[in-house]
Design a protein around this ligand. Sequence first.
Ligand SMILES: Cc1cc2nc3c(=O)[nH]c(=O)nc-3n(C[C@H](O)[C@H](O)[C@H](O)COP(=O)(O)OP(=O)(O)OC[C@H]3O[C@@H](n4cnc5c(N)ncnc54)[C@H](O)[C@@H]3O)c2cc1C
Length: 448
Amino acid sequence: MMGDVVVVPNSEGPQRPGGTGAPDACADGGPERAAPAPAPTAVRRGRARYDHDVLVVGAGIVGLSTAYALTRARPGVRVAVLEKEAGPARHQTGRNSGVIHSGVYYRPGSLKARFAVRGAQEMVKFCAEYGVPHEVTGKLIVATERSELPRLHALAQRGRENGIPVRELGPAQITEYEPYVRGLAAIRVGTTGICDFRAVADRLADLVTAAGAELRYGAAVTAVDRREGIGVAVRLSDGSVLRARALVNCAGLFADRLALLSGDDPPARIVPFRGEYYELAEERAELVRGLVYPVPDPAFPFLGVHLTRGIDGGVHLGPNAVPAAAREGYDWRTASADDLARTMAWPGVWRLARRHWRYGAGEIHRSLSRAAFTRAVGRLLPAIRVEDLRPAPAGVRAQAVLRDGTLVDDFLISEAPHTVHVLNAPSPAATASLPIGREVAGRVLAGL
Ligand SMILES: Cc1cc2nc3c(=O)[nH]c(=O)nc-3n(C[C@H](O)[C@H](O)[C@H](O)COP(=O)(O)OP(=O)(O)OC[C@H]3O[C@@H](n4cnc5c(N)ncnc54)[C@H](O)[C@@H]3O)c2cc1C
């Protein structure tokens, strides 16, 4: 519980004149504060005054599942979700492959492995319970070169260690599942599925609202003031100020920035990697029945361009992974000088570029040349032709990169006073969102 404090002003109250732009968590709470501005109507002596118990920043699937878990774990807790866009799931959550990942890829014991395996089961149940379109289809991971065979075998082992049903297939069995796909060997993972994560986010938003939480859209958090032992105050883009006992940072592509705004120095920065997709022309959609993936390069947390028959019936090819010139840069034309300057200022980015420039150059080439993209897909699907591809909307991944250039592989959740930051939640965080939300909610509630 908070100690005896007086918090002024209230959320519509006057701003601190000549301040840094950060709102006051508690106008007379901090020892460095001089005489507080009198605001008698907002003052309640003997108890802190908060607008909410918990503020969750970001109405993507991770922020919404956190709010959902908070309201379920502690009914009556006062939660507000603050989202800068006009609705939920406008960024990563609404722009992904829509695959419920089984957990086959992830290091046993990692958060990704634990939360993906559990999350996939829970996601299927959630979709069934709340009428969200979904299907458990299974998928193939296909080796097309001999050099990939040891990695494919290792993947099968890893899958089994993670408790996932995996079958190894030869070329003839591959064509039984996918008549147009060619490979030397494959593994079939039975528990992979597809769903509409945007619809999952919409349902979570409904459930959270029904449980009494507030969802505020068009509410960008622009400043944070945190006082240890008291709480946090955030300023929104409309100038209003909200006070709470705790803040949860689920800001996705801006998670590092929100952590910095809160006064923390996160170990990693978000580097945006765009994932571009094509859709197979309707008359050629028969080329792919289900989900077909290449053997991933273990140096990268990306899975490689795959073939996905989505829940809408269309077949998507992608995503690649090209550096984006803006955190929300969904095409080559969109650039942000501010985003670029911040990216370039992070030493890890230069180290990453030095280490992996060849991979990056290949991705950029395939992004700019449809013929090169088609050739890459042709390794799995020889019948593909350039004229079969239709451009489809892209997504941008929020990938955390450490100062030494390491791509953070696992989910990264960190705590600071009155704050929990989700600093790395790339794929499969949509699949794993329900366990991630519970984990974050547990950490927040433990500190309330
Ligand atoms: C191309 C691509 C393919 C993928 N495929 C899959 C897949 O098949 N399966 C899977 O499980 N995962 C997949 N993922 C990963 C998955 O989409 C993400 O891990 C997940 O959506 C992350 O959710 P989030 O809530 O953390 O982020 P987001 O969905 O990006 O939400 C963050 C929210 O925070 C808001 N925000 C940011 N800053 C502020 C601020 N200052 N104030 C208020 N609001 C703010 C943003 O507007 C945004 O709505 C894919 C991702 C991409 C990009």
